[in-house]
Design a protein around this ligand. Structure first.
Ligand code: Q46
Ligand code: ZN
Ligand code: ZN
Length: 324
């Protein structure tokens, strides 16, 4: 559905985007109104945030995390940013630049952590050293660095920019594997527990396309390139599959994910490892784990003593061809 020549459903002015899920087009002002309302509904429905909370937003330099930071500040929340340098070659250098410019231009407080400088490894090296696929080493590292920054900084809540497309794709993958532990934890709010900060996802009712449009109309400059390691990963394949379904049945993707939250998540309540009391303290760092030593401590140990690995050594074959 293209917006060219179409009129806004609300004011009949020139539309900038057409949204099949809403059977309507919207101008810049009413697109923003829709995004604000959807975020406010998610925050209210799941009791995500209060205006007294000190919020830490994990920002990557991509559209979603910068958009959610912008939307929270605009709505009157107190939100600082956290950027983690992953050491993924030029992609990391460039994404860090977008985040710093965003924060500087708006006078916002940004914290930065660099995996190489602060922990002695980067994602390509961690992937080789632990024989994990890069996104697994990356996801584990980010989660732990986010948790630590939020707890050390005494923030009330950690926000991530996961949108409806992200959550639907993760749900799709978890469902294909019937991974009950992950399904039981796939909630838009994870409460603070011993060793974990409260974590929330205010963009669960908004799509990738809506977030790109938000950035466009708000003049937010973000890194458009995907992480080079993402090329061909399963998450992207799940997203594409859902987009094909949504193309023929507009709204199916939203119904899949929001229906899960409404009808399936309550049934799975109490089924995660954390809820069934299988977690205890890591003997090295004290973080909750199902093993004696947590996966992140193992990753640090193996990676820190490994020779640094350049990013092209861990790129998927397709991305390597494109670069050469
Ligand atoms: S940054 Fe990290 Fe993503 Fe790159 S290595 Fe994978 S997980 S794709 S959001
Ligand atoms: Zn309008
Ligand atoms: Zn540990």
């Amino acid at each position: 559905m293209t917006a060219v020549g179409s009129k806004c459903k609300v004011c009949k002015g020139p539309a900038v985007i057409g949204l099949r899920r809403h059977h309507a087009h919207f101008c810049a002002e009413h697109l923003q109104q829709l995004c604000r309302r959807q975020m406010a509904k998610a925050i209210e429905d799941f009791d995500m945030l209060s205006f007294d909370d000190r919020i830490l937003v994990a920002v990557s330099g991509g559209k979603d995390s910068l958009a959610v930071w912008d939307m929270l500040i605009e709505a009157g929340y107190q939100a600082d940013g956290l950027y983690v340098g992953l050491g993924i070659g030029e992609y990391s250098d460039s994404s860090g630049g977008y985040v710093r410019r965003f924060a500087d231009e708006r006078g916002l407080n940004l914290q930065t952590v660099d995996l190489r400088d602060d922990y002695g490894f980067d994602i390509p090296t961690a992937s080789k050293a632990t024989k994990r696929v890069p996104c697994s080493a990356c996801g584990l590292s980010k989660r732990r660095v986010f948790d630590k920054a939020a707890l050390d900084g005494r923030y009330d809540v950690l926000v991530t920019g996961h949108n409806l497309d992200d959550e639907a794709a993760v749900l799709y993958g978890n469902t294909l594997r019937w991974d009950i532990d992950y399904l039981a934890r796939q909630l838009p709010v994870l409460p603070a527990t011993n060793g974990f900060p409260k974590k929330v996802k205010p963009l669960i009712r908004l799509t990738e396309r809506e977030m790109a449009a938000w950035c466009l109309v708000r003049g937010i400059d973000y890194i458009v390139e995907e992480c080079p390691i993402a090329a061909g990963n399963k998450h992207l394949v799940y997203k594409q599959s859902l987009n094909v379904i949504d193309e023929s049945s507009p709204g199916a993707k939203a119904a899949f994910y929001l229906g899960f939250l409404d009808r399936m998540a309550p049934i799975l309540q109490g089924r995660s490892a954390a809820a069934t009391g299988q977690l205890h303290d890591c003997e090295r760092c004290g973080s909750p784990t199902t093993s004696t030593v947590c996966a992140f401590c193992m990753l640090i140990e193996r990676s820190a003593e490994h020779d640094p690995v350049p990013v092209d050594m861990v790129l998927p074959k397709r991305a390597r061809k494109e670069i050469s």
